[in-house]
Write a protein that binds this ligand. Structure first.
Ligand code: LLP
Length: 418
């Protein structure tokens, strides 16, 4: 459920016509719906009500300050993977004590930054990292709260590029080693056992894999308790999928219920790190059709948004729904198009073989673009990063200015140093 709906032939973002917004703010343009974001936050909070918990929004999905600000104002914590993400959270009014820090390659300066800021938990992904965290904590004379990110060797049954919980993936510490690693942590005066963590993959459309992974974590939790090592939270990571086309993922409530039904101890806090499920369907990317081109057996709609603005189709061959911002009355105009961008790469497409009624100058919208859209955008082909706005009822907040041409080379220098 989101708040991008047609009224008659016109696509609306909450109370505003998308076509008007595209004319006023230019294209390509990311538009977010505040009510949709709030709805998704509430869905996770409701699903965990009555249990000690922390919803840690995965900042990587969309790190715009205003989105982080909204989440923080609703009591949400964060999953960060770099000092940059943690800095954004702090800038947006979030607290480090509500943040967990994941990632296989945390630098020592990043570990120090997180510890000084008062991070809630560092999720360790290797024994070498354990040593680094211990050394940094000793230098700072603090005790670092840590969890082991366990690699449970569970198949998330998703696209191979976004599967993270199998042995062959670089993430986490092998399940068989985890017990010994906890013993090392417990014996280290500069480390404190806080939690037990996993993240097995993204865009999961069934709850079964996460239930399987949770069971493995709980087995380990039980063993650790008998050893006298206490754990204050279990973090099941992110990964709940969304509907881009015909997927039918469980609701946050169903997903969390499946997990919670396995967790007996009512004192054990449950952390979850949703990214996509929070923001994907709260955002669209609006683009203008520049040219139509007929190549005999193929038709192209060439639009002004490219893989630099939204890389998911090019990178993962992801199917994202492309819709007309103003529907044409005449259905017979519908034709099959490859919707492609202006970037000089054959893989620069937003969608292939889409049935659309479109003329030059018409706006199209890519749905589900709120997650891993702008967050993965680049200036490839020296295309300025596009603008982002957030609609709140009939009001608009510009949450990112479109980059200017000068912005493109900010920080670069000619050979004379200028
Ligand atoms: N926690 C950790 C440790 C993660 O690595 C991720 C995502 C999440 C949470 C959030 O997962 P989500 O709830 O969003 O599925 N660029 C790809 C997705 C990469 C996901 C990376 N890790 C895409 O566009 O599909």
């Amino acid at each position: 459920m989101d708040y991008f709906n047609y009224r008659g032939a016109e696509l609306y973002a909450e109370e505003l016509k998308v076509a008007d917004l595209a004319l006023k703010y230019g294209t390509p343009l990311y538009i977010y719906s505040k009510a949709t974001l709030e709805r998704h936050v509430r869905a996770f909070e409701e699903a965990l009500k009555g249990r000690p918990h922390l919803v840690c929004y995965a900042v990587k999905a969309n790190s715009n300050l205003a989105i982080l600000e909204l989440m923080a104002s609703m009591g949400v914590g964060f999953d960060v993977v770099s000092a940059g993400e943690l800095s954004r959270v702090l800038r947006a009014g979030g607290r480090a004590s509500d943040c967990v820090y994941s990632g296989v390659g945390k630098r020592r300066d990043e570990i120090a930054f997180a510890l000084k800021a008062g991070i809630r938990c560092l999720n360790l992904e290797s024994e070498a990292e354990l040593e680094a965290v211990s050394a940094v904590a000793r230098e700072l004379n603090v005790v670092a709260p840590v969890a082991v990110r366990v690699n449970p060797d569970v198949d998330a049954r998703t696209h191979p590029s976004i599967s993270t919980g199998l042995k062959q993936n670089k993430f986490g510490i092998a399940f068989e080693r985890a017990y010994a690693v906890y013993e090392r942590i417990a014996a280290d005066p500069h480390l404190k056992v806080s939690g037990i963590d996993c993240h097995i993959g993204s865009q999961m459309t069934s709850g079964a894999p996460i239930v399987e992974a949770t069971q493995k974590l709980l087995d380990l939790y039980g063993r650790l308790r008998t050893l006298g090592i206490s754990i204050d939270h279990i973090d099941i990571g992110g990964g709940l999928g969304v509907t881009y086309g015909d997927e039918t993922p469980p609701s946050p409530y169903e997903y969390m219920q499946a997990v919670l039904s396995k967790i007996g101890d009512p004192e054990l806090a449950v952390f979850v790190e949703p990214g996509r499920a929070m923001v994907a369907n709260a955002g669209i990317l609006v683009t203008e059709t520049l040219y139509l081109k007929d190549q005999g057996d193929k038709r192209f709609a060439i639009v002004d948004a490219g893989m630099n603005d939204l890389i998911r189709p090019a990178l993962y061959n992801s199917w994202m729904n492309i819709i007309e911002v103003q529907k044409s009355a005449d259905k017979s105009e519908k034709r099959l198009y490859d919707v492609v961008g202006p970037v000089c790469e054959s893989d620069d497409f937003l969608g292939r073989e889409r049935r659309l009624a479109v003329k030059e100058g018409d706006f199209l919208a890519v749905r589900g673009a709120g997650a891993y859209g702008m967050a993965m955008a680049s200036t490839y082909n020296s295309r300025p990063l596009c603008a982002e706005i957030m609609v709140d009822g009939d009001r608009v907040h510009v949450i990112r200015d479109r980059q200017s041409l000068e912005d493109l080379w900010r920080g670069e220098h000619l050979l004379n140093g200028e």
